[in-house]
Every structure is written in structure tokens, then in C-alpha cells.
Unconditional design. Structure first.
Length: 203
């Protein structure tokens, strides 16, 4: 299957004109997965089979967590050409095999503004960095309304709209939240980028 994956840097709210590429700016990878693939991922994670390995869940927030080396490697095989090999002196390694799957229904509590927990390996050899959100459905149709992701950096606000098969990438230590859903169910999968701790100060 040939996918036309493209990279789009997000403008901040109110920004006009051409967007200059910036390593500190969140970006969207479009067309990473086809519609059929997204539906298959939803079906697989909903069923909670032995592979991927089910880890935990929070029914109130529609949250499940899995260990899926296959899905992490599949995502990485498609997005790695768009990720630099080094970030601030640290070698980029892979994506975490821990996959969070969320089914967020309309009228569910809006997530509060938060940052993603920094994770470092016990031997300090690697640590988590960027967050990757895979949108498994979108609000471009009548099935889903709302559910935008808002990111906050300094005095700027960035907004990303759910688009099936696309992946939002941003620094995990940025404050962010998922906006209220007015209709339908929002399906997303979340993982993190892992960097090797190559002797530089951890970011």
C-alpha cells in the first residue's frame, strides 16, 4: 500500500502568513494510516485480545492501555523519515511499546490541562520526549463534533482537529487538553518518542 504521507506544521491561533519550519513547533503527519487500517486498529483494541497485551483501563474516561510492539513498530516504520535522527544531542531510538487507546464519548468530562509524564529508564539510558497522537476517526464528517486537541506554549495556543489516519506530534512537556465532544465518539491512540541519553542533560 502506497501512502502519501505529508508533514504540516501547525499555526498558533491567530497566526497568519507562511509558517516557517521550526523544531519547537507541533506538526501533523497526514495520511499515515488508511481508513480501513484505522477501523481495524479500533476493532483490535476494543476487543482487548492477548496481542496486544492488555495492561489497564479507566472506564470513566474511556481509557485502555496496551503493550503492543507490533503497533509501535508499524507506526514508527511510517513516521521515522519525518523525525530527526538527533534531538538536542540525544539519538532518536523508537516509539514506546506502551500504547494508550481512548474512546471518548460525547458529554464525557473534558480533559483538564496537563503535561504527559516524563519517563526515564531505570538505568538512565533513555527517556521519553515527544507525544504522538494517532487520530483513528475525525470531525470532518457528521459522526463526530468537537474533540480538538489544544496545545499551550508560552503565550501561544495551537489547535489540532481530529483527522482520521493522521498523527499529531508535540513536546510531551507542553500543557495540552482534549476539547469537549458534542456528538459521537473520538478514537485515538497515544504513544511517546524514546531518546537515548547520550550524556547530555535530559530535556
Amino acid at each position: 500500500m502506497k501512502l502519501n504521507i505529508t508533514k504540516t506544521f501547525l499555526p498558533f491561533v491567530g497566526e497568519t502568513g507562511e509558517i516557517e519550519p521550526d523544531s519547537n513547533r507541533p506538526f501533523l503527519l497526514n495520511n499515515v494510516f488508511s481508513q480501513d487500517e484505522c477501523l481495524e486498529i479500533i476493532s483490535t483494541l476494543e476487543e482487548s485480545p492477548g496481542n496486544p497485551t492488555f495492561m489497564a483501563e479507566s472506564p470513566r474516561y474511556g481509557f485502555k492501555q496496551f503493550l503492543s510492539k507490533y503497533l509501535a513498530e508499524l507506526i514508527w516504520s511510517r513516521v521515522s523519515p519525518f523525525v530527526p535522527k538527533y534531538i538536542q544531542g540525544h539519538r532518536v531510538m523508537r516509539l514506546m511499546e506502551t500504547i494508550s487507546f481512548k474512546q471518548i464519548k460525547s458529554k464525557s468530562p473534558q480533559t483538564s490541562k496537563h503535561i504527559d509524564k516524563f519517563r526515564i529508564k531505570n538505568d538512565y539510558s533513555s527517556f521519553s520526549y515527544s507525544t504522538f497522537i494517532l487520530y483513528l476517526n475525525d470531525n470532518q464528517t457528521s459522526e463526530l463534533a468537537g474533540g480538538e486537541t489544544e496545545l499551550y506554549y508560552e503565550n501561544k495556543v495551537f489547535k489540532s482537529y481530529p483527522k482520521m489516519g493522521s498523527i499529531l506530534v508535540f513536546h510531551g512537556d507542553w500543557f495540552h487538553l482534549g476539547k469537549e465532544i458534542f456528538r459521537g465518539v473520538k478514537h485515538i491512540s497515544i504513544t511517546r518518542l524514546i531518546l537515548e541519553n547520550t550524556g547530555y542533560e535530559c530535556i
